[in-house]
Ligand binder design. Structure first.
Ligand code: C5P
Length: 311
């Protein structure tokens, strides 16, 4: 196995990319599975809010991951685990120094950790000169997190299974989203644990086609749904409070992304999006807002070639 993936591509001295975030335009929970996960279907779009991920090889031949949020540095980071897993798969040493500049809210349902993991795998492929496809990287990543494969299929995709089965799916619409991040991170396992089937509305079989063909933000918001939303509100009263307040002030419709806590509303017009974001910012509470382009991604891996004397 290992010889076929080694040295077929030139290795690089350093490599960098952007790790985009995602929002779930739809998220249907079909039901619990025997392996502890839930079967889902989701139409997902990348958004132009990204962590910056920069890697070089490491003389020590080991993996090191540093993040500007120190709580995310070290071997617990999914990017670290992904690099070690890929090195093991390819039969090389996990020679990597990775720096992550965090922009995506942590525990916000935007797939930030998984996107960093996917970015790390693409960076390692470049640094180590491995001849492996995106499909192989995605399946290495899927062992570490259900959302990792999705980030090899941006700008938009339909995911199924526990989230790891991904099919790229173009959308007709392009526009803007206001993201509202209301403080604390929400635990995905806890949200899934408190999910209730009776809270999920019926859905037409053509939902994903309708999302793919929608032409306006209003049409998309009307189609959007998230079966995890009631569970997110049970787990995070803070998210529930901000969601109600946004609706009470006529700033809806609002949708929660994934297992929360970030909420979004789509707009056709950037000025309208900025105006709504400014109103929310003016509340003066601990709420972060961003206006981002949708859909977005993927970002190329930019690299500096290895020079004589580099290792
Ligand atoms: O795959 P990931 O590590 O992101 O999943 C974290 C946890 O979230 C799982 O251990 C499981 O409890 C829950 N989960 C689930 N169904 C999914 C995805 C995640 O129940 N489709």
């Amino acid at each position: 196995m290992t010889e076929s993936v080694l040295e077929a591509a030139p290795s690089a001295a350093s490599a960098a990319t952007k790790a985009f975030a995602k929002i779930n335009l739809t998220l249907q929970v079909i039901g619990p599975r025997s392996d502890g996960y839930h079967e889902i279907r989701s139409f997902v779009a990348g958004v132009d809010l990204a962590d910056e991920v920069y890697g070089t090889t490491n003389v020590a031949g080991t993996a090191e991951v540093c993040c500007d949020d120190p709580s995310l540095s070290g071997p617990g980071n999914l990017a670290h685990r992904a690099a070690v897993r890929l090195a093991d798969f390819a039969g090389v040493s996990p020679s990597l120094r990775l720096q992550i500049r965090k922009r995506i809210p942590v525990g916000g349902g935007m797939g930030g950790g998984s996107s960093d993991g996917a970015a790390a795998l693409r960076i390692c492929r470049t640094l180590w000169g491995l001849d492996v496809s995106d499909g192989v990287l995605a399946s290495v990543g899927a062992e570490l997190g259900s959302d990792v494969p999705l980030f090899f299929h941006l700008p938009s995709a339909v995911v199924s299974g526990r989230g790891e089965i991904v099919e790229s799916r173009r959308m007709c619409w392009t526009g803007w989203a206001v993201l509202v991040a209301a403080g604390s991170s929400v635990s995905t396992p806890e949200v899934y644990r408190t999910w209730r089937r009776e809270e999920c509305p019926e859905v037409g079989l053509d939902l994903e086609d309708r999302v793919a063909n929608a032409r306006s933000a209003a049409e998309l918001m009307a189609l959007s749904r998230n079966d995890l939303e009631p569970a997110v509100f049970r787990v995070s009263s803070e998210t529930a409070g901000v969601f109600s307040e946004l609706n009470r002030r006529g700033l809806g419709p609002i949708r929660v992304s994934g297992a929360g806590s970030v909420m979004y509303r789509l707009f056709d017009d950037i000025d309208e999006a900025r105006a709504v974001a400014a109103i929310v910012r003016d509340w003066g509470m601990n709420i972060r807002t961003e206006v981002v382009a949708v859909p977005a991604g993927p970002a190329p891996v930019l690299c500096k070639e290895r020079m004589n004397g580099d290792y």
